[in-house]
Design a protein around this ligand. Structure first.
Ligand SMILES: C[S@@+](CC[C@H](N)C(=O)[O-])C[C@H]1O[C@@H](n2cnc3c(N)ncnc32)[C@H](O)[C@@H]1O
Length: 159
């Protein structure tokens, strides 16, 4: 199984980078796990709605350029469907069973995902209605993917 995260912008804080690197290391035994980072656009607070839309669209085009036709895309979106860790693990298992060997997760930049990216997504997943910073959600997603693989393996990691 190939798991890919397509994300916008660099992780500035070292403590997030260290956490993400730890889960990348742990995931290596489950197959390919890679994080593809696309550049972010400057988004000062003074932007108009049209300018914000343009930022999301540019970042969205960069995200879409990293996604192949055969990939099953899960977009992280506040208004998406909330799953428990067990349901998420079952979803990953089902995808594998039904022939999806490439699963791609996308996380938006500071303004969110463009409508084009949401349209491309096969599934929108929410971690609740709180808005989380894109750097933090990258770490949380890595941990939940690792947890899902551990659940599917029957490991005591998940309690
Ligand atoms: C700072 S948030 C963007 C906030 C933006 N107003 C929005 O509604 O998407 C950056 C990205 O993190 C992800 N994100 C943040 N909070 C989330 C949550 N509770 N559930 C799922 N994804 C979330 C989404 O991919 C979002 O595009």
């Amino acid at each position: 199984m190939n798991i890919k995260l397509v994300v916008v912008g660099k992780v500035k804080e070292k403590y997030f980078r260290n956490g993400i690197a730890e889960y990348e290391k742990r995931m290596s035994r489950f197959g390919k796990f890679k994080i593809v980072q696309v550049p972010d656009e400057k988004a000062p607070e003074s932007l108009s709605q049209a300018e914000m839309d343009a930022v999301m669209e540019k970042e969205g085009q960069r995200i879409l350029s990293k996604i192949g036709d055969r990939e099953y895309v899960i977009a992280l979106a506040i208004l998406g469907k909330e799953l428990s860790s067990e349901e998420f693990a079952a979803k990953i298992k089902d995808l594998t069973t039904y022939g999806h060997s490439d699963i791609t997760f996308v996380i938006g930049g500071s303004l969110g995902l463009s409508p084009q990216v949401l349209q491309r997504a096969d599934f929108e997943m929410s971690f609740g209605r709180f808005t989380l910073p894109h750097q933090l959600i990258r770490l949380v997603l890595c941990e939940q993917i690792y947890r899902a693989f551990m659940i599917n393996q029957g490991s005591p990691y998940h309690k």
